[in-house]
Design a protein around this ligand. Structure first.
Ligand code: IPM
Ligand code: MN
Length: 363
């Protein structure tokens, strides 16, 4: 008998529940074939619950989540709730309270998937972004003074402690050692590149840069170190993505560059990520939002959710099952799915889920 993992499922808002259903279908197929078990518990966190109760999360939400081995999340964001309330109250609250300090966002173009970047393919678009997930402007410190007057002042602080930076960097170096291009046999080095803005943010990125080189030199001399400014990174992501291996950056820059990265790998229909607490409970979610205009139409692409499920079981240690899901997604992209855009797949949401699940079941 394989292991049993306790999974909290938060379908969330909009298309979240639809894509989560397909991810669970695929995970079920993997369970049956590879002999592990997911014990699922559903949570109704999201906009509907907020409108009923007036609270983004119940008081015991964090305690509840901590009872699990991982969380699978669909999407958060409701058209009838003011932007910021659910995002901060649910998504960021869970990331912060569960101290999921790494946001891992792989950028991988599957064969057969169209990229807007001319002349680049799966060989070139093959890197990961490690987005620091606990600090920066996301901490929500700051305030507004003299509101509504011509002298109004708004402050939002970019905050990093050495400890926050160190733990994220150490995780990233280890990740590069294990999954860098050399480790995967597709390049000469395992490289970790810091993405920053040392030319303007001379306090915060001074800290990041010092920590990066100190830790790299002392503890990870076998990992090659690079540095890019964040603006240039956007350019190279389009022009020369093959330069990248593992990128590590601060929270806000990571948020921004991974949307750009996502479109180079075929869009938000396929981009998945993990909010990781290496010592605690991690949460896996598609990068895209709740897509209200596609809700309930059976046209949204479930692959990002399916890939989030894959990342979740890989994180839990079910490598073979994760590999099988990866192979099934690659096969579906190469042979069966016309486009990764919502409504243009040539298949419905449910059909894509069936297709991948069947392939996972049979191998
Ligand atoms: C993301 C999203 C979130 C973020 C929002 C919805 C709070 O854009 O996961 O990238 O900024 O982190
Ligand atoms: Mn984002």
């Amino acid at each position: 008998m394989g292991k049993t993992y306790k999974i909290a499922v938060i379908g969330g808002d909009g298309t979240g529940p639809e894509v989560t259903r397909e991810a669970l279908k695929v995970l079920k197929a993997a369970e049956n074939r590879f002999g592990f078990k997911l014990a699922l518990t559903d949570y109704d966190y999201g906009g509907e619950r907020y409108m009923k109760t007036g609270k983004a999360l119940p008081d015991d939400a964090v305690t509840e989540m901590k009872k699990h081995d991982a969380i699978l999340l669909g999407a958060i964001g409701h058209p009838e709730v003011k932007p910021g309330i659910l995002e901060k109250g649910i998504l960021l609250e869970l990331r912060f309270k569960l101290d999921q300090y790494v946001n891992l966002r792989p950028v991988r173009l599957y064969p057969g998937v169209e990229t807007p970047i001319l002349g680049k393919g799966p060989k070139e678009i093959d890197y990961v972004v490690v987005r620091e997930n606990s600090g920066d402007v996301y901490t929500g410190t700051g305030g507004i003074m003299m509101k509504g007057t011509p002298h109004e002042v708004a402050i939002q602080n970019m905050i990093y402690s050495r400890a926050q930076v160190d733990r994220c960097l150490r995780w990233s170096f280890r990740y590069a050692q294990k999954y860098g291009k050399k480790a995967r046999g597709v390049g000469p080095d395992n490289t970790l590149a810091l993405v920053g803005k040392t030319n303007v943010l001379t306090y915060v990125f001074d800290l990041w840069e010092r920590a990066f080189h100190e830790i790299g030199e002392k503890e990870f001399p076998d990992v090659k170190r690079d540095y890019y400014h964040v603006d240039a990174t956007c350019m190279w992501m389009v022009k020369s993505p093959e330069w990248f291996d593992v990128l590590v950056t601060a929270n806000l820059f990571g948020d921004i560059i991974t949307d750009l990265a996502a479109i180079t790998q075929g869009g938000l229909g396929i981009a998945a990520g993990g909010n990781i607490n290496p010592e605690g409970v991690s949460m896996f979610e598609p990068m895209g939002g709740s897509a209200p205009k596609y809700t309930g139409k059976n046209v949204i692409n479930p692959l990002a959710a399916i890939c989030s499920g894959m990342m979740m079981i890989e994180h839990l240690g079910e490598q073979k099952a994760a590999d099988a899901i990866n192979a099934a997604v690659a096969w579906a992209c190469a042979n069966k799915i016309k486009s990764l855009a919502a409504g243009k797949m040539g298949l419905s949401t449910v059909e894509v889920g069936d297709l991948v699940a069947e392939k996972v079941a049979k191998g």
